[in-house]
Design a protein around this ligand. Structure first.
Ligand code: NZQ
Ligand code: ZN
Length: 393
């Protein structure tokens, strides 16, 4: 097991009616003037937004609102938020929504303290030392941003989607009421579960050995999510299974399943290019490239893929043919994606064949002109990235 730091400071307030505590939690973490940030309308339609605003008002906490965050959250909205926070002297940001709203909130939180262009931070040109306190009322289990240090923003100028990680943006608290996820469309439920399982897989496919405990935790969460998704798709208002999924999304990305190993993250980088260029849903973009990534890299550590096939997907281990077992695991994963309505190639993701020029553009961005390799399980240069996109087309 390699050395590690495990830092997960977010206070999780989980369960029915948990949003009732929002005002006292904002006060506890020092908020007196709040930006309530939200998305395209689901929180308003469900009544959650009005409930939150009412609770803040009742407690005498001042607030301003900024809605309209879209999936693959845009830099222009971040600029709007920074300006509003400065003008209104906001000292706390409450994100009511999912990963997109939380990530936008984190970017605003950094930007308020930086006199330059906030995109510099995402481009690695400036390291922020301060961030407004962030907290969330989560409405979709998926990205894990409610406990993570990451934020992923899309710059419309060039369709570039890039992530930035810094512990100073980890949310102070996360309110999670599984009932608030009953209204999710099936596609978003499935994309969310795909993303959380992928957060575990990005860490699981590693060459570090001697991490029995971390592997056991990872496999257990993956299997539980796979069982629960079918129940939830059959019965969207089933609290019991929605609750498992909601907690699973946080555990998948709060660092727990990465303790003692080196993560890969290539699938995420390849997926971000698809989301940046085609505005594709994050989880679906991951499903579209993972099978091709897996077939391209599995020979680097066949036994890892065998373990995944057997322990997570229930494939029978053919001891005389480890490669065959590994490949049957990848096929079983594809079947799982298809069974929950996820694409397993780019054509299924974007609804048409991708062009050679589009592949080249994604390769250029993903490899930053062949200067930045991706992944650790197998280090991918521009040629490798291109080969994977071609396999996935
Ligand atoms: O905008 P509204 O109207 O709220 O609709 C949203 C949106 O269309 C809808 N939705 C959310 N809660 C709902 C609901 N609809 C009905 N009922 C509810 N209760 O769902 C759609 C997707 O929302 P979004 O916030 O985009 O989903 P998600 O949580 O999957 O976030 C995706 C973003 O997070 C980034 C992704 O790249 C993507 O941009 N990620 C962030 C990470 C992080 N910060 O740690 C890690 C991840 O790997 C990921 O990259
Ligand atoms: Zn993800």
């Amino acid at each position: 097991m390699i050395d590690f730091n495990y830092y997960a400071p977010t206070e999780v307030v989980f369960g029915k009616e948990s949003e009732e505590q929002v005002a006292s939690l904002v006060r506890k973490y020092g908020g007196s003037k709040v930006l309530v940030h939200y998305g395209g309308g689901s929180a308003r339609r469900s009544g959650l937004l009005d409930k939150i605003l009412g609770l803040l008002e009742k407690d005498g906490i001042e607030y301003v609102t900024l809605g309209g965050v879209v999936p693959n959250p845009r830099l222009s909205k971040v600029h709007e938020g920074i300006e509003l926070c400065r003008m209104e002297k906001v000292d706390f940001i409450l994100a009511v929504g999912g990963g997109s709203v939380i990530d936008s909130a984190k970017a605003i939180g950094y930007g308020v303290f930086y006199n330059g262009e906030v995109w510099d931070i995402y481009m690695g040109r400036y390291t922020p030392v301060e961030c407004l306190p962030i907290a969330t009322v989560l409405t979709i289990p998926a990205a894990g941003s409610e406990m993570s240090e990451s934020s992923v923003i899309t710059n419309e100028d060039g369709d570039i989607k890039v992530g930035y990680s810094n512990d100073i943006s980890r949310p102070k608290f996360a309110i999670m009421n599984p009932e608030r996820t009953f209204t999710l469309p099936d596609f978003q439920t499935s994309a969310g579960v795909t993303d959380m399982i992928m957060h575990i897989m990005e860490r699981y496919f590693s060459h570090d050995d001697d991490m029995t405990l971390t592997d056991a935790v990872a496999e257990s969460i993956m299997c539980t999510m796979m069982d629960c998704i079918y129940e939830v798709l059959k019965d969207p208002e089933n609290y019991r299974y929605r609750a498992q999924i909601m907690w699973g999304g946080s555990l998948a990305h709060n660092g727990l399943t990465g303790c003692g190993l080196t993560g890969d993250w290539a699938t995420h980088q390849l997926g971000h290019e698809l989301s940046g260029l085609f505005d594709a849903t994050h989880g679906a973009a991951l499903a579209a490239v993972w099978p091709s990534w897996a077939r391209y890299v599995y020979k680097n550590n066949v036994s890892r893929f065998v373990r995944f096939a057997v322990n997570v997907l229930g494939v029978t281990n053919d001891y005389s043919d480890p490669e065959g077992t590994a490949l049957r695991g990848i096929e079983a994963m594809e079947d799982f994606y298809s069974s929950i309505g996820m694409p397993i190639n780019i054509e299924e993701l974007i609804g048409r064949e991708i062009t050679d020029d589009e592949i080249k553009e994604m390769v250029r961005k993903c490899s930053r002109g062949d200067t930045v390799p991706q992944g650790k399980f197998k280090v991918l240069k521009a040629d490798d990235i291109e080969a994977i996109y071609r396999m996935a087309r």
